[in-house]
Unconditional design. Structure first.
Length: 233
């Protein structure tokens, strides 16, 4: 099975425990992503931010600690429950909602920023999701994303090595046919009413004392890339 998203329900109870390796990896990606996203936004305080595909809240909590008013949306009931429970435990106010990117359960023009990571490479209707992101963003609002490039190198690193050899991810997590070339994503964004900004490489940058990968910027976009776009007309 490819693009198997049932893992988010299966492992929801261990989201914050650190015992599941692929969830530890996602957790360690959150601060690395924020180092790249923070300069795009500057001051997060009182900005209404949608974390689309939030899972159990790794990035949502980073955003909340910066003073943003965070709404986390994800189709996994189990992951949302894990996010609600952990936010309550650490004293953060995050509004978690079960929902999908093709029909975001928020009002038009209700967000200043939409952050969407580890998501676009899983959706069947990319234009539909991007159109929904544009709908919930106010004019001038910022869309920040990362995803996986559709290259032979990305397929080898993410699926062959990551899923089958090193077992860093459950087998079947990804479908390489859903990976997205930067030029393709740019075209979809333009058609939806975005001004597309720079995209840069993002991915593993080292290994920590637990033998888990650390992450950061990359000089090339052949595997993963992070970018942003501004909502216009």
């Amino acid at each position: 099975m490819k693009n198997d998203l049932s893992i988010y329900e299966k492992y929801a109870d261990t989201w914050w425990s650190g015992e599941t390796r692929w969830l530890r990896t996602l957790h360690k990606m959150a601060p690395a992503r924020m180092m790249m996203i923070d300069p795009l936004v500057g001051d997060w305080v009182n900005k209404r931010v949608l974390d689309l595909g939030c899972g159990g809240g790794f990035l949502a909590e980073e955003l909340s600690r910066r003073g943003a008013k965070v709404v986390g949306v994800d189709p996994s009931h189990g992951a949302i429950a894990a996010g609600v429970q952990h936010a309550r435990l650490v004293g953060l106010e995050i509004d978690y909602v079960v929902g999908v990117g093709e029909s975001i359960p928020l009002l038009d023009s209700s967000c200043d920023v939409v952050v969407c990571v580890d998501v676009l490479e899983h959706v069947a209707d990319l234009p539909g999701v991007i159109a929904e992101v544009r709908r919930v963003l106010r004019h001038g609002g910022l869309f920040v994303f990362d995803t996986i490039n559709r290259t032979w190198l990305a397929k080898f690193v993410i699926i062959t090595l990551g899923e089958r050899v090193l077992r860093l991810l459950p087998r079947g997590t990804h479908d390489s046919d859903l990976f997205i070339k930067p030029a393709e994503l740019s075209e979809v964004l333009l058609q939806a009413g975005f001004q597309v900004g720079l995209m840069c490489g993002f991915g593993p940058s080292g290994i920590d004392r637990h033998l888990d990968f650390t992450f950061g910027p990359h000089p090339f976009k052949s595997i993963m890339y992070l970018g942003h776009a501004r909502a216009t007309s």
